[in-house]
Design a binder for this molecule. Structure first.
Ligand SMILES: [Zn+2]
Length: 275
């Protein structure tokens, strides 16, 4: 590595001192620090996902869950195809996609665990309203997983020495401890294990951007995206924002950015042909 290149690495802010742990987010090419092996995090997430499925009331037979699965399948295929056609490494290799709909009207949320384990709460369906809206939310959540934001967050935790809990997760300690605790709901379980802790603003913005790209590649109308945030804003008026929005100090700023990106994404990332 020559000096200039080295300096450019050191200067990147996120990975100055551990050079070989440095990588970049797909498409946006934002530099990321990755210390914790993705496979470990995925395996851990799959275990927690299993627990969520056992604990929560799931809707397994409805138009909504069919829509979620249909959108998800289209999206996973389009993402794979996009990276293949672009001759880029597919970040979703090793994903084991799965989709559930949790029967809970009070929770307006959705998440995608590392490795492609997705959950939608029935409460958010009042906001998404239609397939394009649902694709917008799913695209955003899937983008967090595709861009490996959890790996990045966990790695930062290690660096900042606040990662003891996460290290404990890998050894199985935390999980067995939580198992013993009775009456803890899965939302509590998830946040305790760091799955639903807020991402930072850069990651949120990146998830918005990549999510729109994935929606567009999958053939959904991303002009619906700002509309769901408008609806979310309306519903939340005067109340504390749900977790899904809690890391966003300004919904208006987010909507503004989304509007700025829309036309270019529609042009640059048209629906990809999947057989
Ligand atoms: Zn997010």
């Amino acid at each position: 590595m020559n000096r200039r290149k080295f300096l450019s690495y050191v200067g990147c802010g996120c990975c100055g001192f551990i050079l070989n742990s440095c990588s970049t987010a797909p498409i946006t090419e934002r530099r990321q620090l990755k210390l914790i092996p993705e496979s470990k995090l995925n395996a851990q997430a799959a275990q927690i996902y299993k627990k969520v499925k056992n604990k929560e009331k799931l809707i397994t037979d409805s138009k909504e869950i069919s829509n979620i699965k249909e959108i998800g399948k289209k999206m996973q295929k389009s993402i794979g195809e996009y990276f293949y056609q672009s001759n880029l490494p597919d970040p979703t290799v090793g994903f084991d996609w799965e989709y559930i709909l949790i029967d809970n009207k009070k929770v307006r949320n959705a998440w995608c665990m590392p490795g492609g384990k997705i959950a939608v709460y029935s409460g958010i369906l009042d906001v998404t309203k239609n397939k394009n809206g649902l694709a917008a939310v799913m695209g955003h959540e899937i983008a967090h997983a595709v861009a490996k934001h959890s790996v990045e967050r966990a790695s930062r935790g290690v660096i900042l020495n606040t990662g003891t809990q996460l290290i404990d997760i890998f050894s199985g300690g935390k999980l067995s401890q939580v198992n013993k605790a009775t009456g803890m709901n899965t939302v509590g379980l998830l946040s305790q294990l760091g799955i639903m802790n807020p991402f930072n603003r850069k990651q949120e913005s990146e998830a918005d951007y990549l999510g729109m790209i994935f929606s567009s590649l999958s053939g959904y109308d991303i002009r619906e995206t700002p509309k769901i945030w408008e609806r979310m804003k309306k519903i939340n008026k005067g109340k504390a924002p749900p977790e899904f929005m809690s890391t966003h100090p300004s919904a208006d700023n987010r909507i503004k950015k989304i509007n700025e990106w829309t036309n270019k994404i529609i042009l640059d990332y048209p629906p990809i042909n999947i057989s």
